[in-house]
Design a protein around this ligand. Structure first.
Ligand SMILES: Nc1nc2c(c(=O)[nH]1)N[C@H]1C(S)=C(S)[C@@H](COP(=O)(O)OP(=O)(O)OC[C@H]3O[C@@H](n4cnc5c(N)ncnc54)[C@H](O)[C@@H]3O)O[C@H]1N2
Ligand code: MOO
Length: 601
């Protein structure tokens, strides 16, 4: 069994914990589960046990009834429920069947303990004193190794290494694993589903081929900070200063040096008053206080701030109520970002928060990548510019406008070449000129099998273009390749297909070209509130409306009719519902993946 077969039906990430006995797997899990719960993550644990384990006790009804011959014993109260089944099997129980028994709609992931040999992504736990060999050397599915200080890893060890005693670091790893996880249907399919055999590419296969062809832009620019919104950082933003610059007060109050002599009722003479933006030049002596405002630097000698509400000042002296703790209400210099630390990594797209952060470091002209230039045009004699009167049998050109909108939001430079006449000579001239001026050329229409699709002949003469069929709907036909050095996408003509293909393929390509690193489409789980039909073997993108349900859970319904020419369905929608290849039908109550539009639409 392959990983894809084992996990094909899993709606949540599955991670194995693999270790030899004595490594402390269960001890770690007992600490890890509350840590993950604190982060809002609900975890199911699936554990392999020795063959004749018992969970209930002799004398209990459930035990006796099972021993009397109940094939399945389901016991439930208002707090919990347990199902015991007698299922003798040869060898290990079937993990795929067990995973299907977990109520996946209620958890964020399944941790599997045991089942060491199964093709699962796993975290290896290792302690040197147990004296056992590593598992990762023979198991390519090990994602990381958590080990103790005494463990000596080989020199060529290239996986993430975690400290087995650092539960927070392991929880971080698990949280990242969940965040990065994609359902099997959106991952590369195994060899049996390769294009040569099935004539269609999966969404992931298409995207992988596209991304392999994309080279990020290489020229840097240093525009003024306000012009950097939606640009991509070319270098790490290294902080030239400590933020905050000085150790300062987190409260309006009084700064003192807290010493042994402090006791409730002790009177401190107030020797100065410091406002934010000013400093106390002297050194505070034991027993003295300065009145201090939020953000003002803590004077030399002081180490503690007491908020004004807990202080009484009379005749130039102040006393404090309640117990004091040294260091309270003091924000150390560099607490937010230390001088020399990388505040933002190269490849980060700059949004409002990043812009503010760069400003807070005084980086007024960060180095960013130049914006990719994208040429767009529409094809088809029936396509008419909205600036002109509609001709008989024609339609207005909407694709150039949806493309323009999405490209603008992506922060690229758009070169709009208009509508190109449906003849080969016009097509060749337009494509040549577009390829010379831009990093990417985008067209819509003419990539399916129609007779009057001159673009195909023009492309064949000018570049190396493949005509793909993607196992998706809408957006099945897709042309992709190069015109000299310039990337070319021929998107299908249907207006919704254009947008869906842009979101799935052009967007990731352009983000990579723009220098963005580590971008992943946002994916969320929502509960379907109506049936959605799909066809096994293709990924369907339904236009969805997601909203919070009465129970506080994200719910999604479709916008109604899903014709790939109906732009109204995109207008009503706020997300795409992604129905993965293996699914035929989504029923109300089923969890589904949704891709919110917030990024681009
Ligand atoms: N025999 C087959 N017919 C079709 C197939 C197929 O596999 N076999 N695939 C269908 C699918 S799926 C799609 S999508 C379309 C894509 O076809 P083309 O890329 O060749 O696009 P056109 O035929 O030129 O146009 C399709 C549709 O879209 C309208 N259109 C085109 N450009 C614009 C524009 N700029 N603004 C608004 N609307 C536009 C055009 O008028 C057509 O109605 O092919 C199916 N057929
Ligand atoms: O790409 Mo087409 O939209 O599947 O009609």
């Amino acid at each position: 069994m392959t990983l894809n077969e084992l996990l094909a039906d899993c709606r949540v990430p599955v991670l194995g914990l693999c270790a030899y006995s004595g490594t402390g797997k269960t001890t770690l899990l007992r600490k890890l589960l509350p840590t993950l719960n604190e982060r809002g993550l609900k975890i199911a644990v699936l554990k392999h046990a020795h063959c004749n384990f018992e969970v209930d006790k002799p004398g209990k009804d459930s035990y006796e009834l099972r021993k009397s011959g109940a094939d399945q014993m389901l016991i439930a109260s208002s707090k919990r429920r347990a199902l015991m089944m007698e299922r003798p099997v040869e060898g290990d129980p079937d993990l795929k069947e067990l995973l299907a028994m977990v109520d996946q709609s209620r958890v964020d992931m399944i941790l599997v303990e045991g089942f060491k040999k199964m093709p699962l992504p796993k975290l290896e736990l290792h302690r040197a004193e147990v004296g056992k060999p590593f598992v990762f050397t023979d198991d390519p599915l090990i994602q990381a190794v958590a080990c103790d200080d005494a463990t000596e890893l080989p020199a060529d060890f290239a996986l993430p290494k975690l400290d087995i005693n650092d539960v927070d670091a392991i929880a971080d790893f698990v949280a990242q694993f969940i965040a990065r996880w994609q359902p099997v249907a959106l991952q590369p399919l195994g060899p049996s589903c390769d294009s040569t055999e099935r004539k269609q590419l999966s969404v992931k296969q298409g995207l992988d081929r596209i991304l392999a062809m994309v080279t990020p832009v290489a020229d840097r620019e240093q525009p003024p900070l306000k012009h950097c919104v939606n640009r991509v950082l070319a270098d790490d933003a290294i902080s030239p200063i400590n933020v905050p610059q000085h150790t300062n007060s987190a409260m309006d109050g009084y700064a003192i040096a807290l010493d042994e002599a402090h006791q409730s009722g002790r009177r401190y003479p107030v020797v100065a008053e410091i406002f934010a933006g000013y400093a106390y030049d002297g050194t505070l002596q034991p027993g003295e206080a300065v009145k201090i405002m939020t953000g003002a630097p803590i004077p030399a000698g002081a180490d503690t701030v007491i908020m004004r509400e807990l202080a009484q000042e009379h005749d130039g002296q102040v006393q404090f109520e309640g117990p004091l703790e040294r260091g309270q209400n003091v924000r150390p210099a560099g607490e937010d970002i230390a001088q020399g630390q990388s505040a933002l990594g190269a490849g980060q797209r700059i949004g409002a928060a990043e812009l503010g952060l760069l400003a807070s470091l005084g980086l007024a002209q960060p180095s960013v990548w130049r914006r990719p230039k994208v040429a767009i045009f529409s094809t088809g004699d029936e396509v008419c510019s909205p600036e002109q009167a509609l001709q008989p049998n024609c339609i207005f050109d909407s694709n150039r406008y949806t493309l323009h909108g999405m490209l603008t939001k992506l922060g690229v430079e758009v070169l709009d070449l208009g509508i190109i006449e449906d003849n080969e000579a016009a097509m060749i001239t337009a494509l040549e000129s577009a390829a010379e001026q831009a990093d990417m050329v985008l067209t819509s229409g003419g990539v399916s099998v129609g007779d009057a699709d001159f673009i195909k002949d023009a492309l064949a003469k000018l570049g190396r273009i493949d005509f793909w069929k993607i196992a998706q709907r809408p957006g099945r036909p897709l042309a992709f390749g190069t015109l000299n050095e310039t990337l070319f996408f021929g998107l299908p003509g249907n207006p919704v297909a254009v947008m869906v293909s842009f979101l799935q393929f052009v967007q990731p390509a352009l983000r990579k070209m723009a220098g963005e690193q580590q971008w992943q489409p946002q994916m969320m789980r929502a509960i379907a509130t109506e049936p959605m039909r799909s066809r096994v073997g293709r990924t369907e993108f339904h236009r969805g409306i997601m909203q919070l349900g009465a129970g506080g859970q994200l719910e999604v319904k479709t916008t109604g009719q899903q014709g790939s020419g109906m732009l109204g369905s995109m207008v009503k929608a706020n997300c795409l519902v992604v129905i993965e290849e293996p699914l035929e039908q989504v029923q109300p109550g089923d969890p589904v993946w949704v891709q919110p539009f917030s990024d681009l639409l």
